[in-house]
Design a protein around this ligand. Structure first.
Ligand code: NAI
Ligand code: MG
Length: 355
């Protein structure tokens, strides 16, 4: 099988880590029967300065018609609003209907407090529909925002969370060391206060996760109110396997969870739609370390693996995860964000050797 992968480095260290993502895909063993074709694509702040748009139409159309998946680095955003500039990744999620944002947060198994969870965030609605209004009242201005929750979006996000739980269980059963015994999905909401919106999310997610294939796969389902979820996430992170949440809570939880593992340079993500996935490291363009060759490539390597998972290439993904974990377990060639002195290049070489 040949996979066509769009490469969108973006700005800053995006340009240093995306080539590493390409190299690890090219280095996968031939026995997997996978071939790759790469297509270089543009987006971001530099592209905006050159072309007047942050996301050229060409990038979108090539992704849509020619690619099976993509890797997105990071883009810099101006600190104050610039006319005509809007975030390319947000636009891409919309244009390609990438409805799920998936963020695994994982330490090595031998860590003093091991963590291995995935946060699955609904990516299309909730307060982020951006329908805001401001009006003048006798008491001053009042601003309001729409929080939209639909059955369709809640059902598909819960379904993909259940599927991720099943797949993780399969990878564990195949011998991957893990801290979890069985698949578990935790539904996060605030339906005690927002009984209609979050209430609909909760009941729809419950219904979707009651499907026969999840019951047959012994996927346990529990609920957690979002504020106590934050508390437990910090006190007892090892208790979670897959967490599913509406957009806003998911945004906050996923950044909070990323803080549990020590460096943004370790945390991958994927934006997932029907038959398409974009792997994206969680970090930004890191202007403070750009150009020094010391960016941690692991978030991107894991994002490449995560993209492969959603393109149904689990075996290939597992090989990349194992090579990365082996590098981290040994702990000899680590980048400066993890307390080491290794350059991006040396970390990549070490992981490729293990692959
Ligand atoms: P950032 O993630 O770029 O950096 C935060 C801190 O983490 C910095 O000290 C950086 O050096 C470090 N860091 C991040 N990734 C690293 C890696 N792979 N290896 C080693 N150290 C790493 O976030 P910041 O500084 O808030 O934003 C910088 C720029 O990136 C801004 O223009 C922001 O808008 C943009 N950004 C873009 C994102 C995206 O494209 N999805 C996400 C977050 C920020
Ligand atoms: Mg965020």
């Amino acid at each position: 099988r040949t996979l066509r992968i769009g490469l969108i480095p973006g700005d800053g260290i995006g340009k240093e880590v995306i080539p590493a993502g390409r190299r690890i895909l090219e280095a996968l063993p031939a026995s997997l029967g996978l071939k790759f074709e790469f297509i270089d694509l543009k987006a971001g702040w530099e592209t905006f300065q050159q072309q007047g748009v942050a996301l050229p139409e060409e990038t979108v159309s090539i992704l849509k018609s020619d690619c099976d998946g993509a890797l997105f680095g990071a883009v810099s955003s101006p600190t104050t609003a610039v006319k005509g500039y809007s975030s390319p990744i947000v636009a891409l999620r919309k244009k390609l209907d990438l409805y799920a944002n998936v963020r695994p947060v994982k330490t090595v198994v031998s860590a003093p407090k091991p963590i291995d969870m995935v946060i699955v965030r609904e990516n299309t609605e909730d307060l982020y529909v951006k329908e805001e209004t401001t009006r003048d009242t006798p008491d001053g201005k009042v601003a309001e925002a729409v929080k939209r929750i639909s059955q369709r979006a809640s059902s598909r996000i819960a379904t993909i969370a259940g599927e991720i739980a099943l797949r993780r269980q399969k990878i564990r059963a195949a011998g991957s060391p893990s801290i979890h015994k069985g698949p578990l999905v935790t539904i996060t909401h605030k339906s005690n206060v927002l009984s209609q919106t979050d209430g609909l999310f909760r009941s729809t997610a419950r219904e979707a996760l009651a499907a026969p294939r999840f019951r047959e796969g012994a996927v346990a389902v529990e609920e957690q109110i979002v504020d106590s979820m934050v508390y437990k996430l910090f006190r007892q992170p090892e208790a979670y396997d897959v967490i599913v949440a509406p957009n806003l809570y998911g945004d906050i939880l996923s950044d909070g969870a990323a803080a549990l593992v020590g460096s943004l340079g370790l945390v991958p993500s994927a934006n997932v739609g029907e038959g398409f996935a974009i792997g994206e490291p969680c970090h930004g363009s890191a202007p403070d370390i750009q150009g020094q060759g010391i960016a941690n490539p692991i978030a991107t390597l894991r994002s490449a693996a995560l993209m492969l998972e959603f393109l149904n290439e689990e075996a290939a993904a597992a090989k990349i995860y194992a090579a990365v974990d082996a590098n981290l377990e040994e702990g000899k060639l680590l980048s400066p964000d993890l307390g080491g002195t290794a350059k991006t290049e040396e970390v990549v070489e070490d992981i490729l050797r293990r692959l």
